[in-house]
Design a protein. Structure first.
Length: 312
């Protein structure tokens, strides 16, 4: 119910600690039930119940947020904003769509705290995405003409993404299963697949002092040794390409395929502007697929510590 969700939210904020926007210190705050605001015990400054959280600037009921957070953390498959609107019984589509993107942004912010270590697979993929009319007008005029219906690299309807998977070789003898076990992954969108872009993104996602990166022979990885400890490249352009990929780069290709299928099933098409949010949702669920604790409570706590205005 709305009352139980409100009570849980108030207690969660008190337990985590509230920072006063005036005296800028984390002090005891009193909750004023009649006006739904917190008051600082030092300077008496009041702040809204949802201020400085991922629910900031939202008028949707608390049970909407709790229902959406539970569905997006505990369901393996993604849910479209239209389907979420139907489940909630809300009249308008836009507030529900924005709420879900705020939750995805919380997932992205949370996973930015972690970097990958040890043995890491790396590869770039290409995801179908579209540009809005306003975004198309801001683009510079093309110097190189794209071929009609071109697929993959060079297509104007595809956005490159970087996938990194922390995986280790195992003693598995089952030919139907990969010979590597995956632990955590990191995914991000790319402006292009040049060396400069790839090096920067990998430096943000990987621990340089303790990492062995395995990639294919794409020229964009030629200088990646400067941002990782060891770089090993594998030539996949051979007649036994599938065997080489299955041996050295099994998980990055599976992750790219699963994400594409996930997008097609739930969303059909996604905007390039919000691609990182969809990637963050997939990444968050994958990294916590064996999470023993309550994933719902975990994301609520992460959302309470995130200032939506700073992220937006």
């Amino acid at each position: 119910t709305e009352e139980l969700c409100l009570e849980h939210f108030v207690n969660a904020r008190k337990n985590q600690g509230i920072t006063c926007s005036k005296c800028n210190c984390q002090t005891k705050h009193y909750y004023i039930k009649t006006i739904r605001q917190f008051r600082c015990s030092v300077c008496n400054k009041k702040q809204g119940l949802r201020a400085n959280t991922y629910m900031a600037d939202s008028n949707l009921p608390f049970h909407y947020w709790y229902f959406a957070t539970y569905i997006m953390t505990n369901f393996v498959k993604s849910l479209s904003a239209k389907e979420m609107q139907r489940q909630l019984g809300h009249k308008f589509y836009e507030p529900v769509w924005l709420m879900m993107h705020k939750i995805r942004a919380t997932m992205r912010t949370r996973d930015q705290l972690y970097t990958l270590n040890y043995e890491i697979e790396g590869d770039e993929g290409f995801v179908s995405s579209y540009l809005s009319t306003s975004e198309k007008k801001q683009l510079p005029k093309r110097i190189v003409k794209h071929k009609k219906n071109q697929q993959g690299r060079g297509s104007d309807k595809k956005t490159p993404i970087l996938v990194l998977a922390e995986s280790q070789y195992t003693s598995n003898d089952n030919k139907w299963k990969p010979n590597k076990a995956v632990v955590f992954i990191r995914i991000t969108s790319l402006q292009d697949t040049s060396s400069k872009t790839l090096n920067y993104e990998i430096s943000q996602l990987v621990n340089k002092d303790n990492s062995v990166l395995v990639t294919d022979k794409w020229k964009g990885y030629n200088s990646v040794g400067s941002v990782v400890s060891i770089h090993n490249s594998v030539n996949t352009n051979k007649h036994n390409k599938e065997e080489i990929i299955e041996q050295h780069l099994p998980w990055v290709h599976k992750i790219i395929s699963n994400f594409k299928r996930n997008v097609l099933n739930a969303h059909h098409a996604i905007s390039r502007k919000y691609l990182d949010n969809y990637l963050a949702e997939f990444q968050y669920k994958f990294n916590r697929r064996k999470y023993k604790y309550n994933k719902f409570e975990h994301l609520i706590e992460a959302g309470l510590g995130m200032n939506w205005k700073q992220v937006a």
